[in-house]
Design a protein around this ligand. Structure first.
Ligand SMILES: Nc1ncnc2c1ncn2[C@@H]1O[C@H](COP(=O)(O)OP(=O)(O)OP(=O)(O)O)[C@@H](O)[C@H]1O
Length: 312
């Protein structure tokens, strides 16, 4: 089932087109990565999905229902962790989460239970009475997440939740995202940190100048720019290597030897690692290490957009 369906969605600010006719869908159980450089249009797109921003053109369906026609249904089923911290500094952590969960209609014992659950989930179970003004950036982010999940949304949208925080909180947040997903929450995760997206996302859309320019699993995105893989095998000595026999293995395109490293370039679709290793062993080469390198998503992004994700 599709949790989210976006059809020909656009947003104009005056004459400027921030989101340009995007169509995409997110299936139940996915961690869908929305990857783009600063200003690419990520926040604008997800703010429309979360009903925080008016749509210029296009349609958005959540769990099969149009969000413009079923606004309450959409609100109950979506949680958003906005880029700008949305917490009240003069309310305790508990009061913050209670306030936001209350906006979703939770009341009484259920409200209390969910607030406690959400705070524990983000590792702030012992900070109920603390004020966020005394929190580190990472703790504030975690509180922000607790506010967005207490009503147990089916779809959680996170807008760069790890920007500007310490590595420990970052790891905690990434771990929480995975755990929430395992508990059945579908997640849209925007970031311009490539490694995060590579680590947690099951499918990724690359957005650039308001348009989705590529979409797919990591493997599919990487296959856009290359259908090759590089295998590096470190051996004790490459003296006895029978190069032509290696080159004869199905899928192998090139074999190079650099000192004690045998470098094999092969079609990525063909699973021939076993045969390559068997051939080296048949030549009596002592294998010390094997490494298979794919192009990184950063390379994919660079190739498709002509610019780096960061530093611009
Ligand atoms: N309210 C607004 N009025 C005018 N232009 C806007 C407005 N909001 C965003 N923009 C512009 O739309 C473009 C997309 O912005 P958006 O915030 O969606 O990008 P982003 O991909 O989320 O980037 P970032 O990683 O910096 O948040 C930018 O050029 C931005 O300046």
């Amino acid at each position: 089932m599709n949790v989210l369906e976006v059809k020909q969605l656009s947003k104009k600010f005056g004459d400027f087109i921030a989101v340009d006719n995007i169509t995409m869908s997110v299936k139940e159980g996915e961690i869908f990565g929305f990857l783009g450089a600063n200003g690419a249009g990520k926040s604008t797109a997800i703010n429309m999905i979360a009903s925080l921003l008016r749509v210029t053109k296009g349609e958005i369906e959540v769990l099969g229902k149009n969000i413009a026609k079923h606004s309450k249904f959409a609100k109950m089923n979506i949680g958003i962790v906005p880029q700008e911290m949305a917490i009240y500094e003069d309310m305790t952590a508990y009061e913050n989460v209670r306030f936001f969960a209350g906006l979703y209609g939770l009341r009484g014992a259920e409200l209390k239970e969910r607030v406690i659950e959400a705070l524990a989930f983000v590792g702030l179970g012992d900070k109920h009475k603390s004020y966020p003004k005394n929190f580190s950036g990472g703790m504030k982010r975690r509180l922000n997440i607790a506010c967005a999940i207490a009503h147990r949304p089916k779809l959680l949208i996170m807008d760069e939740p790890t920007v500007g925080i310490d590595p420990q909180s970052r790891n905690y947040i990434l771990g929480s995202v995975k755990k929430l997903n395992e508990l059945g929450c579908t997640i849209i995760y925007t970031s311009h940190y490539m490694e995060e997206v590579e680590e947690i996302c099951t499918r990724i859309a690359i957005i650039d100048h308001g348009k989705i320019i590529a979409e797919g699993t990591k493997g599919q995105l990487k296959a856009i720019i290359t259908n090759q893989k590089n295998i590096s095998i470190e051996v004790r000595s490459a003296e006895n290597l029978n190069k032509s026999k290696l080159e004869a293995i199905a899928g192998v395109n090139r074999v190079e030897v650099e000192d004690r490293i045998v470098k094999v370039t092969s079609d990525s679709e063909i699973n021939n690692l076993n045969r390559i290793i068997q051939q080296l062993m048949a030549d009596d080469l002592e294998i010390r290490a094997v490494e298979e390198n794919e192009p990184s998503l950063e390379t994919v992004f660079l190739t498709l957009t002509g610019r780096s994700l960061r530093d611009q």
